[in-house]
Design a protein around this ligand. Structure first.
Ligand code: AMP
Ligand code: MG
Length: 349
């Protein structure tokens, strides 16, 4: 049985207390952060963390992020040098996760046997109150079932996880909609492991220039023109999603009869070009990030067979947004020559 915890004003402290009790007793709690919902358990307990992998059907070789609510907890879970300590005090709490050398108190299951741990100090009152009340760091990956879109609304958390976890904090929509940014600070140059809600521009203002591998854009391995890799999909809706990166090409496609069986996911500016059904993701990358995973779930519930989505400018959160869109796409059309690939795929399916 999953307890649904209400956080309206008169229930808030009671619910936080209950959620913390469940964590302390080795159970699992789904809770909001400023990025997406997390599925948390006591990071010190191997048995509790095992439940996270089971609930999410997550492969054991995909390690968990450890969330903390104060700097003492940070010191308990990892080794930090003076320079990094100063920087983390400047940036936290925020949606920037740091990869650091782990201390032995963190069991192998959390880090998939590696000697490093991802540490996150979220900027969300409910998350911080919960971790503080539990009194232990909370291992918490995104709350979705593995390969599914991340969860940004508690109603989707309840739909997907009722019966699979001990409790869900019913806190509505989250702020950003894409996961935290991950930065490896175990060695120089510091490198970006995953773009996300915290922008590269903001990282570099504190950490100096960082290394950004081409993989961060979200293409498979290298920037090849087409990525038909079912195998590499992630964050994905169940329906096949097609990304058309060239804006002119995108507008042409959605205004033609060829888009009849597609649900169009687009910006406010491009909505007028859609001949058939569309969802407006927002007027810019910030709004599109907020809505992306929510709208992937609407796509799955719609009567359309496929989705087609546009690209957004890759500044700020737009870089993390495009990483998620590319990873979720069944096919990426990078340039004009490849638009007919859509037909080939449709003919095959
Ligand atoms: P999520 O399920 O969205 O919370 O994903 C957590 C991400 O953090 C995954 O991409 C993990 O591979 C990554 N991660 C967590 N711990 C580590 C670690 N010790 N080393 C490298 N990546 C990590
Ligand atoms: Mg995830």
């Amino acid at each position: 049985m999953t307890e649904i915890l209400n956080i309206s004003d008169n229930k808030y402290y009671e619910s936080i207390k209950r959620a913390a009790e469940i964590i302390k007793n080795g159970g699992t709690v789904v809770f909001p952060t400023e990025t997406v919902y997390g599925l948390g358990a006591n990071a010190y307990s191997e048995d509790a963390c095992k439940k996270i992998f089971e609930a999410k059907k997550r492969p054991a070789d995909n390690p968990l992020i450890v969330t903390v609510s104060n700097f003492e907890m940070v010191n308990n879970v990892c080794y930090i040098d003076k320079d990094i300590e100063e920087k983390m005090k400047k940036i936290w709490p925020s949606p920037l996760t740091l990869l650091l050398k782990k201390k032995d108190v963190i069991p192998d299951i959390v880090t998939s046997g590696m000697d490093t741990v991802c540490v996150r100090f979220p900027d969300n009152k409910i998350a911080l109150d919960l971790i503080e009340a539990a009194g232990v760091p909370v291992a918490a990956p995104s709350a979705n079932i593995a390969t599914r879109p991340s969860i940004v609304d508690s109603k989707d958390a309840i739909k997907e996880l009722d019966g699979r976890v001990d409790a869900i904090i019913d806190a509505g929509r989250v702020k950003f909609g894409v996961e935290s940014t991950i930065l490896d600070v175990t060695k120089k140059p510091y490198s970006l492991l995953r773009p996300g809600a915290y922008s590269v521009e903001d990282i570099e203002a504190v950490f100096g220039q960082i290394y950004i591998s081409p993989v961060a854009e979200g293409y498979k391995e290298s920037s090849i023109a087409l990525t038909p890799g079912m195998k590499y999909r992630h964050y994905a809706p169940s329906k096949k999603l097609f990304l058309i990166e060239n804006e002119e090409e995108f507008r042409e496609f959605i205004s033609s009869d060829r888009s009849r069986e597609f649900l169009v996911l687009c910006s406010a500016d491009n909505a007028k070009y859609a001949k058939f059904d569309k969802i407006v993701l927002g007027k810019n990358a910030v709004e599109a990030a907020h809505n992306l995973f929510y709208d992937f779930r609407i796509l799955d519930q719609s009567d359309k067979k496929y989705g087609v989505i546009q690209a957004f400018p890759e500044k700020g959160i737009g870089f993390g947004l495009m990483n998620r869109i590319r990873k979720a796409s069944f096919l990426i059309i990078k340039d004009k020559e490849n638009i007919d690939k859509i037909n080939e795929v449709l003919n095959e399916s």
